[in-house]
Design a protein around this ligand. Structure first.
Ligand SMILES: *[C@@H]1O[C@H](CO)[C@@H](O)[C@H](O)[C@H]1NC(C)=O
Ligand SMILES: *[C@@H]1O[C@H](CO)[C@@H](O)[C@H](O)[C@H]1NC(C)=O
Ligand SMILES: *[C@@H]1O[C@H](CO)[C@@H](O)[C@H](O)[C@H]1NC(C)=O
Length: 469
């Protein structure tokens, strides 16, 4: 692992040196970024602007100033985009209402420079509209020790931007945390590129999230969206209108309580992991049946997904499936074995079902109403609900109540099956508590929290349950 990583570091540093060298990135390309000298008048103005905005946005007591320009480029867009990486140090001047930076504001001496930050600013100037915007400001404390060999390349030569150093550090943390190794240098570089793209997507989701969710590096951060879809999501769910008509669920007798969580009542087994297999549908259904059997017997059993992967001929094993088919398959087979008797391998095998080991049967299945209040009432009265949704925002989710913009989470593009185990409000934000099957290191201890009340990501469209008489 260490060896692989140091190779990655080396290669990327070289690439960055090449890219930043001499006459800019790709010599001669129209519209490409061009490297600037520190005294470029446009750069000086852009930096003043960035510095002022930085001070307005920060809640520090002292004014901070740019102490060193690490790199700066200028690119013709609609107007001019300046990308500047610079060190920002604390001055001895307290902020006034004006945030006015004067020449008298001395930078603290070396021994007190602990709080120096490196910032990436992107400033967009549209001269003909007299408009300047700070597109991006990303700062972090200078970590001199760890990045020594990279950052201390002589300044006269180009060096990797702080951004690429940050990226490598994050990628390294990711590899360590999720125990990743790559077979070759090429593979490692490819994965680094994907990782970088995914960080950008996560930043977009973060910027547009209307809830309280945090998005960032997850264990899927080195997969492309296509790979993620193919491996983890469910191609059959997007054609869910093909599913058989199911019986509607009987109406609920009581109104929904304000909140409910079946985890507090012992009806939910621990979070499982579907691995590199599109078997979410099987996990969604077993989770529901575990709840139905808990309701019937007061006992919680963990039930077998592998039986469905191997023996459910209506569905496509690791290639996807539909809960409605799975209920029917379970009825036809005669029931489900326990997780212990028929354990999960994450790939399709020969069916090894033995009717003598059936631990749970079902008699039929029902489809729930589409109204989220009705779904909540049904859940509180009857148990965890098999549901499906558009998982776009889930790939980058870390914690909080996720509320992606509707256009990013089309309710008709349903691709993932999950288990609704509860609902409530967090600081006034209504949520669904969703048991996922991507392991306990996903999201909040294996759970995803989604905004409740606006049919977000299609969460209300495909709710169902088995019926045990
Ligand atoms: C921009 O500023 C200049 C000088 O301050 C002024 O003459 C011009 O009218 C302004 N243009 C716009 C579009 O506001
Ligand atoms: C890390 O991955 C290697 C090989 O892929 C495996 O042998 C090892 O058990 C894993 N370690 C952990 C802690 O998962
Ligand atoms: C439900 O299914 C089980 C197992 O197939 C069966 O033994 C039982 O009689 C059924 N119950 C009803 C009420 O149909």
């Amino acid at each position: 692992m260490e060896l692989t990583l140091s190779l990655v570091l080396t290669v990327c540093v070289c690439a960055a040196v090449r890219g930043d060298g001499d006459n800019g990135h790709i010599a001669g390309a129209l519209g490409a970024p061009v490297r600037l000298t520190d005294s470029d008048p446009g750069l000086v103005k852009a930096l003043e602007f960035a510095e002022r905005r930085y001070n307005m946005l920060s809640n520090g007591m002292h004014i901070r100033r740019v102490t060193k320009i690490i790199s700066a480029t200028r690119q013709l867009v609609k107007g001019v985009r300046y990308s500047i990486t610079a060190e920002i140090g604390r001055t001895q001047c307290k902020k006034s209402a004006e945030f006015h930076v004067t020449e008298d504001c001395k930078i603290f001496q070396e021994s007190q420079k602990r709080k120096t930050e490196v910032c990436l600013f992107e400033v967009w100037n549209i001269p003909w509209e007299n408009k300047t915007t700070l597109l991006k400001q990303k700062c972090q404390p200078v970590v001199r020790k760890e990045t020594k060999n990279i950052v201390h390349v002589p300044l006269s030569h180009a060096k990797p931007s702080q951004e690429s150093v940050d990226l490598l550090m994050q990628f390294k943390d990711f590899m360590v945390k999720y125990n990743r190794t790559y077979a070759s240098q090429d593979e490692a570089e490819k994965r680094l590129g994907i990782f970088q793209q995914n960080l950008k997507t996560a930043q977009t989701l973060q910027a547009l999230d209307q809830g309280t969710a945090e998005y960032g590096v997850t264990k899927f951060s080195d997969l492309t969206e296509d790979e993620f879809r193919i491996i983890y999501l469910n191609p059959m769910l997007s054609q869910w209108s093909l599913q058989k008509q199911m019986k509607p669920a009987a109406p609920v007798s009581k109104a929904a309580p304000d909140s409910w969580d079946w985890r507090d009542h012992g009806a939910v087994s621990s979070v499982k992991n579907q691995g590199f297999c599109g078997s979410c549908w099987a996990f969604s259904v077993t989770g529901n049946i575990e709840g139905q059997w808990f309701k019937k017997t007061g006992q919680l059993m963990s039930l077998s997904e592998q039986e469905l992967v191997d023996c459910d001929k209506l569905d496509q094993a690791c290639g996807g499936g539909l809960p409605s088919n799975a209920y029917e398959a379970i009825e036809n087979l005669g029931g489900l074995e326990t997780e212990a008797d028929y354990s999960y391998t994450g790939h399709k095998q020969k069916c090894d079902f033995f009717s003598g080991k059936v631990a749970a049967y079902i008699n039929s299945s029902v489809e729930l109403p589409k109204d989220e209040n009705d779904i909540a009432a049904w859940l509180a009265e009857n148990g965890p609900v098999s549901a499906a949704l558009n998982a776009f925002a889930m790939q980058f989710y870390r914690k909080g109540v996720s509320h992606p913009l509707r256009i990013l989470c089309n309710p008709w593009m349903i691709d993932h099956a999950v288990l609704l185990v509860g609902y409530g409000e967090r600081n006034g934000v209504p949520f669904w508590a969703i048991k996922n099957s991507w392991g306990e290191d996903y999201g909040e201890k294996g759970y995803y929290y989604l905004y409740r009340g606006s049919s977000l990501c299609g969460i209300n469209k495909m709710c169902s349950s088995a019926v045990v008489n």
